[in-house]
Write a protein that binds this ligand. Structure first.
Ligand code: GLC
Length: 391
């Protein structure tokens, strides 16, 4: 009986292990082992790179970030799934994750769940302070955060992910996008990150700290620290992925009716949207000796029934389009309805075989701007040079 090793980060709701167990029970001839990888997507990525460089086949199925396929495929590390995952099947999935898994006309992964940056807010406290609606602009967010903080005695106005890592890139890009800026021009070959809109975005990010809306230490926050502050009732607003919703209503945690979810704020005059698209996908290691079994497991994990379970039990957003029309599921999983527009307006990070190098530069320079070591103008000018060299 072949052992299929499946890698993914730590999963708190327990639903992933439950599904792995269910697969093993239904398929007595295959034994899938869930190998836990680092929670930080960058560190997980590093682990895999080391493994691949050694020609390692110790992992068969990789659950990987939406930014990895182009790089991994260009290096020959992934099995081409075009034969097993034809266009008619791909058509049942959301467009953005399919695009992210497509490189040089071939498909390298099956979208498992999707993500988009959202604004969570303490609806109860906003109401008490006389704000019936969430903020639409960054200035409003600052004003409301400071007022509610004062009225309620909460320690922090806004928490987000500002550390020097991939999540910091997602947040930095969101500030840039919600000010009308971008990294690459529409042809994807010119770096335009030094334009005024992008600079303004990073300036807003920095001011949110300088004005006392976000804590000084936000530049060390990853998902864990920011979620903890919000769940511990220490912050009015929190930028997070849809999965946080699953934590509300647990014993001792915030109740669902205390929390609202909205799209991220933006600068005046900029169109709605600008949440960073994320998400996780299933790849087969090209060096795996168990391609068929690996595929069987992927088909199971990404089918409709399993995506429903993941949504219900872990607040993971499905990648199958039909599930967004499923009235029963929409009722059972409010975050699905709440994130629908944000998903439609969401923006992908650049799809590029050298995205990881781009991301390392952005992580570092967004962080240097957030901590005030360099001005947004210096950071974006350096990024223009470095990114131009890379792309
Ligand atoms: C989430 C997203 C992923 C992103 C990561 C950053 O896991 O799904 O795409 O890279 O957060 O921390």
């Amino acid at each position: 009986m072949p052992d299929i090793v499946f890698s993914f980060g730590p999963e708190e709701s327990g639903i992933v292990q439950t599904l792995v167990d269910a697969f093993n029970q239904q398929n007595p001839a295959i034994n899938v082992i869930y190998r836990e990888m680092p929670a930080d997507t960058g560190r997980y990525h590093e682990r895999l790179r080391t493994l691949f460089r050694r020609g390692g086949a110790r992992i068969d199925v990789i659950a990987g970030d939406v930014t990895w396929p182009a790089e991994f495929a260009s290096k020959g590390w992934l099995a081409d799934l075009s034969g097993r995952f034809p266009q008619v099947e791909q058509d049942k999935f959301l467009d953005a994750p399919i695009e992210a898994n497509t490189y040089q006309g071939k498909i390298w992964g099956v979208p498992w769940f999707t993500d988009v940056g959202l604004l969570y807010y303490r609806k109860d406290l906003l109401d008490q302070s006389g704000f019936p609606d969430p903020p639409e602009t960054w200035d409003e967010l600052k004003r409301i955060a400071l007022k509610v903080k004062q009225d309620s005695g909460l320690q922090q106005g806004y928490v987000f992910q500002g550390a020097n890592y991939e999540g910091g890139v997602c947040n930095g890009l969101e500030y840039i996008w919600t000010h009308g800026g971008d990294v690459l021009g529409s042809q994807q070959n010119r770096v335009i990150i030094n334009r005024i809109e992008a600079r303004n975005g990073l300036r807003t990010e920095r001011h949110i700290v300088e004005d006392g809306v976000a804590p000084q230490r936000v530049h060390t926050f990853t998902e864990g620290e920011s979620a903890e502050r919000f769940l511990d009732r220490k912050a009015v607003f929190c930028r997070y992925w849809p999965g946080l919703y699953g934590a509300f209503g647990q014993p001792g945690e915030l109740r669902r009716d205390q929390v609202g979810v909205a799209e991220l704020p933006r600068a005046p005059g900029v169109q709605q949207g600008g949440g960073c698209l994320g998400g996780w996908n299933m790849f087969i290691n090209a060096a795996s000796a168990h391609q068929n079994e690996a595929w069987q497991f992927i088909e199971f994990m990404t089918d409709e029934a399993r995506q429903k379970r993941m949504a219900r039990d872990g607040s993971y957003l499905p990648t199958r389009e039909d599930l967004y029309q499923d009235p029963q599921l929409l009722n059972q999983v409010p975050i699905l309805k709440l994130s629908k527009e944000a998903l439609e307006h969401g923006r992908p990070r650049p799809i590029h075989p050298r995205y990881l190098d781009m991301s390392e530069e952005m992580a570092q320079w967004f962080h240097l701007s957030l901590t005030g070591v360099f001005t947004p103008a210096q950071a974006t000018e350096t990024l223009r040079r470095e990114l131009t060299y890379i792309v």
